[in-house]
Design a protein around this ligand. Structure first.
Ligand code: ZN
Ligand code: ZN
Length: 421
């Protein structure tokens, strides 16, 4: 390897991989559009304090994982670690809610977090997701979750499980977190230091601890479900009923949490057995307090984000159709190459995928390249063909050769194509 390599935690998407990415985006975007979402593209960097407010000052994402810097104008800038804050910022800045009581947008793009790179987890990673702003209706929660599942299904993921919980609201959650804090602090020797710290600052997040000892110690912990206020309990029940009604299986998981105040009520994760139990391929929930937190009027919202690399990892074994040229143009000599180039240009305009050989190798070698590329036909152009005005087209499947004048190439290929399908 030379002096320059891609920075740690980043990956090139090479031409051999990009068709899988393209197919993934085409599949999920078609689903998002069918569910009424329009695409939004926000800047890759924003003012740093947007994320401090929109994700949370006390979070690992903001404190430890954010790519933040001062630009040449002295502005504090950060690469976006997620997209919800940017979407809400744009929603407010353009007053999108004024003309539309329910604003539905989807996004796709790279996000940035300074984390330890591992399978399906990069420092520059891609997300797609949706945000729906303006409705507190529990039926919307069911629609958003259904949309997430359908899009992942369209991307080729099978064996998806939906884990769902309610994380309460500012009315009911403080009472519960007090109980949870007391529970952890009553047995300090059974918990790791991180959990003890979290018990102080953000008790719900003790459920995110991967330490098996902590998990055991949390078995008897009070669960939020029993402490929800009537509003939150009713909302959660309605979401579950709506999901059941439309035929979406859900696994309530009272240990699924979001650590911040403006995350309210519904929280969910979608897991794929293809990745094992650890990682969710998508996560989302309600954030009825976020718009206000970012300076807007009280506006309920809900959304989810999909980790694209993780989905592609989980669908790696699915056979993908390769992209192949319809026609490979073998050219013998500079004059023939120009003629081949002209023929290729016309065929491409006619909708054919055409590769031109620039190797200047012997015909046999060029036929090998064509075979490797998976071309259906090879157009052979040499001095002989130029002189006679008849190009030779070889059918790579049957080996059959046909002599054609350049003008009739396109219609002949078209007739072959319709015969083949
Ligand atoms: Zn509540
Ligand atoms: Zn722990």
């Amino acid at each position: 390897m030379g002096e320059f390599t891609a920075p740690k935690g980043t990956k090139d998407i090479l031409p051999g991989d990009s068709p899988r990415w393209d197919r993934f985006f085409a599949a999920v975007e078609a689903v998002y559009k069918n569910y009424g979402y329009g695409r939004i593209d926000t800047p890759i960097f924003e003012k740093e304090n947007l994320f401090a407010r929109g994700i949370g000052d006390g979070t690992d994402i903001v404190n430890k994982e954010m790519y933040a810097f001062v630009d040449k104008g002295g502005r504090k800038i950060a690469l976006r670690p997620e997209e919800t804050a940017g979407v809400v910022r744009a929603y407010l800045e353009h007053d999108l809610g004024r003309s539309n009581p329910l604003v539905k947008v989807y996004y796709k793009g790279p996000m940035f977090r300074y984390e330890r790179p591992q399978g399906g987890r990069q420092r520059q990673f891609w997300q797609v997701g949706v945000e729906a702003l303006g409705s507190a209706d529990p039926a919307l929660d069911a629609e958003v979750i259904d949309c997430a599942l359908e899009s992942l299904g369209a991307a080729g993921l099978e064996d998806l499980t939906l884990h769902i919980n309610s994380v309460g609201c500012p009315t009911c959650r403080p009472g519960y977190t007090k109980l949870l804090r007391a529970y952890v602090q009553a047995a300090p020797d059974k918990f790791c230091q991180t959990c003890l710290n979290r018990a102080e600052t953000n008790p719900l997040r003790v459920f995110d601890c991967k330490n098996s000892g902590c998990a055991v110690a949390l078995r008897e912990a009070p669960l939020i479900t029993a402490y929800l206020c009537t509003d939150c309990a009713d909302h959660f029940a309605s979401v579950l009923t709506a999901l059941q009604f439309i035929g979406v299986a859900a696994e309530p998981n009272p240990r699924l949490v979001r650590g911040l105040d403006y995350y309210t009520k519904t929280a969910f994760e979608i897991k794929s057995t293809a990745l094992g139990a650890q990682d969710a391929v998508a996560a989302g929930g309600r954030y009825d307090g976020l718009v206000e937190q970012l300076g807007g009027p009280p506006t309920p919202g809900i959304g989810f984000a999909v980790g694209v690399e993780r989905v592609l990892l989980a669908t790696e074994t699915i056979e993908q159709p390769a992209t192949r040229p319809d026609v490979y143009v073998a050219t013998l000599g500079p004059k023939a190459r120009r003629a081949g180039l002209a023929a290729a240009r016309l065929l491409r305009r006619g909708g054919f995928a055409v590769a031109v050989d620039f190797s200047d190798k012997a015909l046999k070698k060029q036929l090998n390249y064509a075979d490797k590329a998976g071309a259906a036909f090879v157009l052979i152009v040499g001095d002989e063909e130029l002189a006679s005005g008849a190009y030779v087209v070889k059918n790579m499947g049957s080996g059959e050769q046909t002599a054609l004048d350049p003008e009739s190439l396109e219609s002949w290929l078209r007739s072959q194509r319709s015969e083949g399908t």
